[in-house]
Write a protein that binds this ligand. Structure first.
Ligand SMILES: [Zn+2]
Length: 188
């Protein structure tokens, strides 16, 4: 189980990353950003329970599969597979080799420079919070007396206009009724 030893080596070297779990959306964002920057073709991200690995990279499907809420090291590790496939298309670079770590380091350095896009995550969270508050504000307004009064007033206006229309129709119908009554009685 070579890969187990490698993971342990990596975990030790990058323990600060392996302890930081992130949300699925954030992991996907990191994959997309890194893949675009290094032109890696890691185009799809799938999250599911994997019992033996934290993640898997598929060269055929251009897909990274990860456990839910992976840690930063898992994300970097799977991206590294794509990095190596791109750089050494005809060579199998082993987990834990010099080349492996050199490229992994490059990915991690890049991500750290971008703060793993945490600012963006924060900004998005704030935005969601704001829309939520706005909606909450609307809901709260619906319960105030002012809002109730507005609703009743507009309902009254609506029914008043219906009443007027009904009155007009009734007037016309009554006129026609009289005409036809005359005609009917005249015939008798
Ligand atoms: Zn691997």
């Amino acid at each position: 189980m070579v890969w187990l030893q490698t993971y342990e080596k990596e975990d030790k070297k990058y323990s600060h990353l392996s302890e930081q779990n992130i949300k699925d959306e954030q992991a996907e964002r990191i994959v997309k950003k890194v893949s675009r920057h290094f032109k890696l073709n890691a185009n799809h991200v799938v999250f599911k329970n994997l019992h033996t690995h934290g993640g898997l990279a598929s060269r055929i499907w251009n897909t990274i599969t990860m456990i839910h809420c992976p840690n930063l090291l898992i994300v970097a590790h799977e991206l590294n597979h794509f990095m190596l496939w791109k750089k050494y298309p005809n060579r199998k670079v082993k987990h834990g080799s010099k080349k492996w770590f050199w490229n992994l380091e490059r990915i991690i350095r890049y991500c750290e420079r971008k703060n793993w896009w945490r600012d963006e995550e924060k900004r998005l969270a704030e935005q969601t919070q704001k829309t939520f508050e706005k909606r909450l504000g609307k809901e709260a307004y619906k319960k105030t007396p002012e809002c109730k009064l507005e609703q009743i007033q507009s309902s009254i206006k609506n029914w008043e206009s219906k009443k007027k229309r009904a009155e007009n129709v009734l007037k016309k119908l009554n006129r026609r009724k009289k005409i036809w009554e005359k005609k009917a009685t005249g015939r008798v």
